[in-house]
Design a binder for this molecule. Structure first.
Ligand code: IVH
Length: 696
């Protein structure tokens, strides 16, 4: 049977020959239990880390590994370099050794526009004197370049790029990365193979690492690339082992004992067959039109990828053509990196001001010299809170790195300390609210400082009204932030109840408001009066009462009166209401001012249908936490949320280990990748609809 023959010839034993070289010998002996175990572990490792398709639970994998450790402990002479037990556990090294690259590790020229790519394509065609070129288009991974040397299929050395000619020996750390095989699989690999690729840290791991650093009061990494580099440049491999790094291979360097295939795409196929990871986004593209279409596609996909990319790379596919094109200085003529607009830029902090939020939270905001980053001009970046300003050590006058990833709020990533001017000033949290002059108080153990003015503070009042009118609250169509500002500044309303006394003439007199828009607003106000108890509760803006808590409170107490009268103990009977939320709810309803506003709202006609007790069996999703992400087409996100809440589920805004299910609509972003990396069940819209129908 041919299969059996191949199997026998594939198994190799490494043995030192008399001349000191490692030889490959067909292993015709019986496979020992220790080898069988190693093969089995390597197989599961590959399924888990390379193919993302585990077959056995983690516990079984751990059991096999422990069994192997035990056997190796009893027979230390049988430990091999490629044994799965040898990934972690090596002793820290004293210093990094140097590795001279047998074949230089080159860099790439960059293109920042379609025109520059067109120039590149024209140059290539002219040099080769051909009409059209076949390219391979790949993501440009934002990590660090590594060259890994396999001898007789066994990983023997790994080095960083360094200056391209000499790098640092990071073998001890590379061995800890589970997705990198210690021994190649399949057949046909050459005697010596240097694999080139990018080691990176997935976005979710980066966020976890920084969250932990924040918790411990340690310095955070500015981005996943720095985190990957920092993790690999560790003398102690045990530190690297904890950092969940991964690698995608994008080519080969030095080889001995193999005739190269004709195309780069075949090279990548081979690497995959040998158990190395190659990005699934890699694609063959025809000519300029093909590569530019790939660029658009990946730009759109970028935010949903589990790792950072900073552009795409186009490479001439035919290796003979590559040879003809050759190199200029340190970069090949046959490849180019087409970069995305930078997501990080440098600029200056002109001032640090504070903003007052709905609950009085005072947020420091950096006013920046405008800078174009991530495709938009940014002139403000949040600094979150006082501690964050100290931790990042941001001074007024500093040069900072501003980051804007996807549609995330721009933030100051780090300070370029070497550029700090002599007259840089540090930020001082004001003692008085800049809007109402009330005292600013930061309670013991809290990170947030707050204005104590409550609804006396014009800023808090405006924010409270904006919240009341917002879509998930009273959903008053057409009452945007600008309009609330005007209504409040002109003294037309002092609190949310005032909204329902507005007349069309008053509204029509405002800036950018005409006959029609004012009439529309009055209609929208009227319409909004018919609401639900949960929405009304949420609209009141009680601290810590988000949509989900509002819904659970409504489901439990069924009427506003019951909630208003509830004692702390009774409130805490509601699932997910702890002492803090209960105290906020009670404090809110004890305030005579708040009761007065609620009275006025009800007098104006705000009402909701009476609620019936929900039987437990009508809430089959009780105890489940579901996250909605991406765009849905069949229903709005809000509708989806309401249906889930009605079935008893908790709908959360972020994915964590506690998440039971993630519903990912079109263009889902990091939440989806996080769910995938945590192994949480994900449903697309069709699956979700079927899921809901199951409860009808
Ligand atoms: S090819 C001769 N392919 O970009 C070609 N590089 O500026 C050498 N990189 O140092 C590299 N993704 O760290 C290549 N798909 C990809 C890449 C990639 C990221 C990095 C790599 C290299 C740098 C070149």
């Amino acid at each position: 049977m041919p299969g059996v023959i191949i199997f026998i010839l594939n198994r190799v034993t490494l043995s030192k020959s008399s001349c000191g070289f490692i030889c490959i010998m067909p292993d015709l002996k019986k496979v020992s239990p220790i080898e069988q175990l190693r093969d089995e572990i390597a197989h599961h490792n590959r399924l888990y880390y390379v193919l993302d398709a585990p077959e056995v639970p983690d516990a079984e994998y751990d059991r096999l590994l422990r069994e192997l450790q035990q056997l190796e402990c009893e027979h230390p002479e049988r430990i091999t370099l490629d044994s799965p037990t040898q990934r972690v556990g090596a002793e820290p090294i004293k210093a990094f050794g140097q590795v001279a690259h047998k074949l230089a590790m080159l860099s790439l020229d960059n293109a920042f526009s379609d025109e520059e790519v067109a120039d590149f394509d024209r140059r290539v065609r002219e040099r080769l004197d051909v009409q059209a070129i076949e390219y391979v288009a790949e993501p440009k991974l934002d990590g660090l370049a590594i060259s890994i040397r396999y001898e007789a299929g066994v990983l023997v050395q790994a080095a960083t790029r360094g200056d391209g000619l000499t790098g640092e020996d990071v073998t001890h750390n590379i061995r800890t990365i589970n997705s990198i095989p210690l021994r190649l699989v399949g057949d046909g690999w050459p005697r010596v193979l240097e694999v080139r690729g990018e080691v990176y840290m997935p976005k979710a791991s980066f966020e976890r690492l920084n969250a932990k650093a924040r918790e411990m009061g340690e310095k955070e990494f500015a981005n996943p690339r720095n985190a990957a580099a920092g993790s690999l440049r560790q003398l102690d491999p045990r530190v690297t082992a904890k950092r969940s790094l991964s690698m995608y291979c994008y080519g080969i360097g030095f080889v001995e004992g193999m005739v190269l295939p004709e195309t780069h795409s075949t090279v990548l196929e081979r690497l995959k067959q040998w158990g190395l990871r190659v990005s699934p986004e890699v694609s063959v593209a025809q000519g300029l039109a093909g590569v530019l279409a790939y660029y658009r596609l990946l730009s759109e996909k970028r935010s949903s990828l589990a790792y950072e990319i900073d552009g795409v790379v186009y490479k001439v596919n035919c290796l003979d053509q590559r040879e003809m094109l050759g190199f200029v200085a340190r970069a090949p003529r046959w490849a180019i990196a087409h970069k995305f607009p930078a997501q990080e830029e440098m600029t200056r902090v002109l001032d640090i001001e504070v903003q007052v939020g709905r609950t009085g939270a005072i947020t420091p905001v950096a006013r920046l010299e405008p800078v174009f980053v991530g495709g938009v001009t940014v002139s403000n970046a949040t600094l979150h809170n006082e501690d964050e300003v100290r931790r990042k050590d941001v001074h007024i006058g500093d040069t900072v790195i501003v980051r804007r990833a996807g549609d995330v709020i721009p933030e100051v990533a780090s300070v370029v300390l070497s550029r700090r001017p002599k007259d840089a000033r540090s930020f001082v949290m004001p003692r008085q609210c800049p809007v109402c002059d009330s005292d600013v108080i930061r309670a013991e153990g809290e990170t947030i400082a707050r204005c104590s003015g409550g609804l006396y503070c014009n800023a808090q009042r405006k924010e409270a009204i904006k919240h009341f009118a917002s879509r998930k609250a009273m959903d008053i169509d057409g009452l945007g932030d600008k309009l609330v500002e005007q209504l409040s500044d002109q003294g037309l309303i002092h609190n949310v109840a005032g909204l329902f006394n507005l007349t069309q003439t008053q509204v029509a007199g405002l800036e950018r408001m005409g006959e029609k828009s004012s009439a529309n607003l009055i209609v929208a106000l009227e319409k909004s009066k018919q609401t639900t108890l949960a929405k009304f509760l949420y609209a009141l803006g009680i601290r810590e009462v988000g949509e989900t808590t509002a819904q659970t409170l409504a489901n439990y107490f069924l009427s506003l009166e019951a909630i208003m009268l509830a004692e702390i103990d009774a409130l805490q009977q509601v699932s997910e209401v702890g002492p803090v939320v209960a105290a906020h709810v009670q404090a809110f309803f004890k305030q005579p001012h708040n009761r007065e506003v609620i009275d006025k709202l009800q007098q104006a006609g705000v009402s909701w249908p009476a609620m019936q007790p929900i039987k437990q069996d009508e809430q089959p999703l009780t105890g489940q936490t579901i996250v909605l992400t991406g765009a849905l087409t069949e229903m709005t996100r809000n509708e989806a949320k309401e249906r889930l809440l009605a079935l008893g589920a908790k709908v959360a805004g972020s994915v964590s280990k506690k998440t039971s299910l993630v519903v990912a609509g079109a263009d889902a972003g990091t939440k989806l990748s996080k769910a995938e990396s945590l192994g949480i069940k994900v449903l697309d819209e069709t699956g979700f609809i079927a899921f809901l129908q199951g409860y009808e």
